[in-house]
Ligand binder design. Structure first.
Ligand SMILES: [Fe+2]
Length: 282
């Protein structure tokens, strides 16, 4: 595959989370995240608010049915398609009802499915909701280097930061799309292949406070944070949904220019949280 192929320009539009109890999960996200629910079929729920939407599908807990990245123009989608075809990876038809017909889907070497396409417009809503846009997705993998290579070479994501342990092994990799948000996808180390977390980007420190107040008033405890990540430098709090998936509210994520070279970090506790408090469970 030609290395001069254009880099990916896209943003995370929606995700589809598997759950053995999709109705319970949908109700959690409605309550915690101010999402309007729509039952699309017996075991499929759409949860939507301005700039954040997810699908809840009946399936195995702590796995993702797919993550869907939006491109703004057909030429950008054609570029993704060409990269995938040129790499020899298998193209699948996207099953997301939130992408228009010409979308595509590809499976990474861990079996995670990623869709690309032009999104269908959000439905308008008058329901008041705290601001936060669905922003990034993180997979756990026992083969970080192999998976990271796929996202960089085959899909054209741009590396913002790599984290290495003392032996030189890649432990974490943070990807952006050309320019803008420091990461829209990341791969973290794990002894199993799984969804690590998904994140909603709010505005500032005050909005983190507002989210913490709202979540606690609705019976959702902060499970990690507040803190500030190393790579990306974003402020964060994290909660867990009923299946144990980590859900992040973030603010002040670093913005990165297209030509910014990839950074290098040494693996250690301050990578996850510059303020020191580690995530105690995974
Ligand atoms: Fe995150």
């Amino acid at each position: 595959m030609a290395d001069h192929a254009p880099r990916l320009r896209a943003r995370l539009d929606h995700i589809a989370i598997n759950s053995p109890e999709p109705e319970r999960m949908a109700e959690f996200y409605r309550l915690a995240m101010d999402l309007r629910l729509e039952r699309l079929s017996n075991n499929l729920w759409l949860c939507e608010a301005p700039r954040r939407r997810l699908l809840i599908v009946k399936g195995e807990a702590k796995t993702l049915a797919f993550g869907a990245y939006a491109v703004d123009e057909p030429d950008l989608l054609a570029a993704v398609r060409k990269r995938v075809v040129d790499s020899g990876a298998k193209l699948e038809r996207s099953e997301s009802s939130l992408l228009t017909g010409d979308s595509l889907m590809v499976k990474d070497p861990d079996g995670n499915r990623i869709a690309f396409g032009m999104p269908v417009p959000e439905k308008s809503s008058d329901t008041p909701a705290l601001p936060a846009r669905l922003q990034h997705l993180v997979f756990g993998s026992d083969e970080v280097s192999r998976i990271a290579d796929f996202y960089e070479r085959v899909l054209g994501f741009t590396v913002s930061d790599r984290v290495f342990d003392k032996t030189g092994k890649l432990t974490n990799c943070f990807f952006r799309a050309d320019r803008g948000d420091h990461h829209i996808l990341a791969i973290f180390p794990s002894d199993q292949k799984k969804l690590d977390h998904h994140c909603y980007e709010s505005i500032d420190w005050g909005s983190i406070r507002d989210w913490a107040d709202q979540l606690s008033s609705r019976g959702v405890s902060i499970a990690w944070g507040p803190g500030r990540h190393g790579p990306g430098a974003n402020l964060f709090i994290m909660v867990r949904d009923p299946d144990g998936n980590w859900v992040e509210i973030s603010a002040e994520l670093e913005q990165v220019e297209a030509e910014h070279p990839a950074g290098v970090w040494e693996h250690g506790p301050l990578v996850a949280n510059r303020w020191g408090q580690p995530r105690l469970t995974v």
